[in-house]
Write a protein that binds this ligand. Sequence first.
Ligand code: HSE
Length: 345
Amino acid sequence: MKIAKIIIIGFGNVGRAFARTIALKKKFVESRYGVSLSVVGVADSKGMALKSDGFSEYELLKLCEVPRSGVNLFSPYAYNYVDLKYMYDMVQPDIHVELTPANYVTGEPGLTNIMFALTRGAHVVTANKAPIVLKYKELLEIAKKRSLQLRFRSTVMGGTPLIDTIMSLRSEEIEKIEGILNATTNFILTEMHDKLIDFEEALKKAQIMGLAEADPSLDIDGIDAAAKLVILSHVIGCSISLDEVKRESLSKIKLRDVVEAIKEGFVIKYLAYFDVRRRETYVRIVKIPKTDVFAQVNGSLNAVRIKTDVGEILFVGKGGGGLETAHSVLDDVIAIAIGSEGGMR
Ligand code: HSE
């Protein structure tokens, strides 16, 4: 059976969910696609664990139990430092899975890691949005030159195959992208409308549920939604930069604004918008009628309306969340492992 050797870089919520998902789906993938997914290395910020013939399902599940930043405790496979070069020399991965947190100023550590992976001949799957937002063209060029794949399906609407579907629209011209692209802020607004609680309380709930980014200002200041718009702009071949997306922070919303909107028959939503022809783009607080389709999209759901020169397509589904993101990353890994060029980016 063909073996795909995988390393996982970044072992927070998504990293663990991904390791667990691989362990649980290993047999299914083997029987359905005839390929064995073998995790040969895992790294977090403090250490790494390597096993050149691959961790067993049991070992992967045990690895998920180490404390935060505790991969270096996973003896006898652990190291008290992270050295990507050593990792590549030791286990020679085919697929590099980048799950480090997003830094939209430097792109690091994801950017350097992905560059390294591509120059060492590994395909890349990333859930870290920042390197794609900041250096999409450069990364794609390196990948193409080396006939490698760079996949990032989980970065936008992790639980819904939005990016793959948009890529399949080869003859249609996309004119507008509009939607609810951040689960945390949509959840906060839904809680405020349904339970009449204030912003801070709703944010705390979103954090407890693991929806929010490690730094929740990325969600509530619209940076996460703006980053997703930028990624979609790259996918449709009409790239914008993060700075071009005008942002209004949701943190200024008060319970009284929500109550007032309800009385008037409206709902408050936090919408991301990109008019491709005019290059007009923003993430802002919008009052919409209760009958609007986006008003029906609540909790941690995301929704995107794509207007093309042919018509409109509406996507509604799960955004982030550990399990959804893990499956989305795994879908990309499987596509590479089975040699599918369909989604070559
Ligand atoms: N914090 C993000 C959100 C996670 O709330 O949508 C998924 O990208």
